[in-house]
Design a protein around this ligand. Structure first.
Ligand code: B12
Length: 215
């Protein structure tokens, strides 16, 4: 599928300090009948570019302040787009979500939660920087079908394994399916830590959660 994206315009919107441009962009596109997920995907392309420009040590194009502003604007977009994702009423299962300890990136996880809700899941989003103890406590309380963990830092993905091991120790591992995702996470890593599934993006994540419910 080829999509025309004006990256410069997206970057200008994401880096707008006041945050008005992102609201106008989302509302204008929604009023034209554009699929909210496509709007979100276009904005994500800009975030990716900002991430790469931040990472490039030889010619650093973006700084931490740019990450903060673009992250804040993306969250505004998520709030505007949220009511426009389709919803189904029948509950297909319960998913508990959280970004692991040490990591505060939550845009991907939040959008996954919204898309899971649109696809009939009840979602309990624990938020960010979640310890293994809190995951265990909330799993005991809520008895979800699936645990979804997110991590965006190479330094925090190993905590996903800590959570899996803790669940084993607490005899909860067989009670729940585990799906992991986030930029540095791979299918291979998911297999290595004993997760049941890996989701490359939100759409893949929803598909995998639906499949896990059938197992
Ligand atoms: C916005 C942002 C921030 C914001 C976060 C705001 C927020 N509320 O989330 C702020 C400013 C707080 C931030 C802070 C930092 N950040 Co930052 N950040 C980003 C940035 C630009 C975008 C991340 C994002 O939201 N992407 C959009 C979403 C939609 O994509 P996503 O999260 O990957 O999610 C998709 C998939 O991965 C998947 N997915 C995600 N989670 C899950 C979970 C499941 C279960 C499933 C199935 C799927 C799934 O679905 C989504 C798509 O559909 C990235 C660069 C990048 N391109 O990733 C850097 C990036 C992640 N940050 C980075 C860094 C270094 C930092 C800081 C250490 C910077 C600093 N010096 O302080 C801190 C760390 C803070 C901490 N302890 O967590 C690095 C990480 C490098 C590394 N290898 O570890 C990156 C890659 C930038 C870079 N290229 O250097 N950051």
């Amino acid at each position: 599928m080829s999509e025309q994206i004006d990256l410069n315009k997206i970057l200008e919107i994401l880096l707008d300090f006041k945050g008005n441009k992102i609201k106008d962009y989302c509302n204008e596109n929604l009023s034209k009948g554009k699929d909210p997920y496509i709007i979100f995907r276009h904005l994500s392309t800009g975030l990716d570019d900002i991430g790469k420009g931040y990472e490039n040590k030889e010619f650093r194009k973006y700084f931490t302040s740019d990450l903060i502003i673009s992250g804040r604007n993306m969250k505004k977009a998520v709030q505007i787009l949220k009511p426009h994702f389709n919803r189904t009423t029948k509950v297909k299962g319960i998913v508990i979500l959280g970004t692991v300890k040490g990591d505060v990136h939550d845009i991907g996880k939040t959008i996954l939660g919204i898309m899971l809700e649109s696809n009939g899941f009840k979602v309990i989003d624990l938020g960010v920087d979640i310890s293994k103890e809190l995951f265990v406590q909330r799993i005991r309380e809520e008895k979800p079908d699936v645990l979804g963990m997110s991590a965006l830092l190479t330094s925090t993905i190993s905590y996903m394994e800590d959570v899996v091991l803790q669940l084993k120790e607490d005899k909860l591992r067989d009670e729940i399916k585990i799906i992991v995702g986030g930029k540095p996470v791979t299918e291979d890593y998911a297999n290595r830590i004993g997760a049941d599934a890996y989701g490359q993006n939100c759409i893949d994540g929803v598909k995998k959660c639906l499949a896990l419910m059938k197992k």
